[in-house]
Design a protein around this ligand. Structure first.
Ligand SMILES: [Zn+2]
Length: 312
């Protein structure tokens, strides 16, 4: 049994078939966590779809209406890069509800993980790159509206820049956005995050961790967030089809452990989401995401108290 909750819904799977986005990974990650005896059935919670009023905290009414009615234009569909279906809309509403639930569980337990979400390319008024609704943006704004948190940090380690996150929170001093990504990769235009760590093609474990971990520590010390949202992409992996960095599975696990322990040492709860992962072998993507949950468990065991061992 895990010391925190995992959030999952079987409708996260979009049944996209041979699409490069392996939406079956959500189901496979849950299965692997059970098969590897990392989690048991009692560790899972089922989310409900986010309320429309919460979706509207991060998105325009026009975009929400288009998603609910299937009224996307041809160019909006091209940008989204996944076919529209009512099931897609249901899945992204559920993913947003899942990240809200993960955030609330993290405030209680110190950690929680949505085994979905991390749709960091979604913008207020359009979708992009497989991302229709920005679940993390919706969750942050919802918890702020409910006065559960005042300030949040987003640590985005997907290999692609968190352009939607930057667009949603530009000019919002209550949210610190940090993205580490491959500079020469999608999206072509990268609206500025509070901190963008641009990695060169082929950067390896040492280069990546040497840049990321000190930056996270400094951001936490400077910003004092109430909650850290981790967008834990599996696509910095060296064998990813849509990524051009050279991280190993060991390096990716050190990445997760480093970020989680930096937060935990400071008493900052962590809500994780999955984001991208397009390894040639889907089982590699699944295992990298599973390892993120193991890193959260190991960090929770290493630092059992959720009260701050404050460094400040
Ligand atoms: Zn990505």
């Amino acid at each position: 049994m895990l010391p925190f909750k995992l959030i999952y819904h079987e409708r996260y799977d979009l049944n996209l078939g041979t699409h490069v986005f392996p939406s079956q990974k959500f189901r496979l990650i849950r299965r692997a966590l059970l098969d590897q005896a990392i989690a048991d059935e009692d560790d899972f919670l089922r989310p409900v779809p986010a309320a429309d009023e919460d979706i509207l905290r991060a998105h325009t009414a026009d975009w929400m209406r288009k998603l609910k009615t299937g009224a996307l234009t041809a160019s909006e569909l091209m940008k989204l890069e996944v076919p529209y279906s009512p099931e897609l809309a249901e899945a992204v509403w559920l993913a947003a509800g899942g990240t809200i639930l993960a955030a609330n569980c993290a405030l209680r337990d110190g950690f929680s993980a949505n085994l979905g979400g991390g749709f960091h390319h979604a913008h207020p008024g359009h979708g992009e790159g497989f991302c229709a609704i920005h679940d993390v943006g919706v969750a942050i704004r919802t918890l702020q509206a409910n006065r559960s948190i005042a300030k949040a940090i987003v640590v985005d380690t997907d290999v692609h820049h968190g352009n939607g996150t930057a667009a949603i929170f530009r000019g919002d001093a209550s949210v610190f956005t940090l993205s580490i990504h491959q500079e020469n990769n999608y999206p072509a235009y990268k609206p500025p995050s509070n901190l963008d760590l641009n990695m060169a093609d082929g950067a390896d474990d040492d280069e990546y961790l040497g840049i990321l971990l000190p930056a996270v520590e400094a951001a936490l010390d400077e910003f004092h967030p109430d909650l850290l949202f981790y967008v834990g992409g599996a696509d910095p992996y060296c064998e990813d089809q849509l990524g051009g960095l050279s991280l190993t599975k060991v390096g990716l696990r050190q990445r997760d452990l480093g970020v989680f322990s930096a937060a935990r040492k400071r008493g900052i709860p962590v809500a994780t989401t999955l984001a991208g992962g397009y390894a040639r072998r889907v089982e590699d993507t699944v295992q990298i995401h599973v390892n993120t949950i193991v890193a959260a468990r190991d960090t929770a065991i290493a630092f059992p108290s959720t009260s701050p061992a404050r460094l400040h």
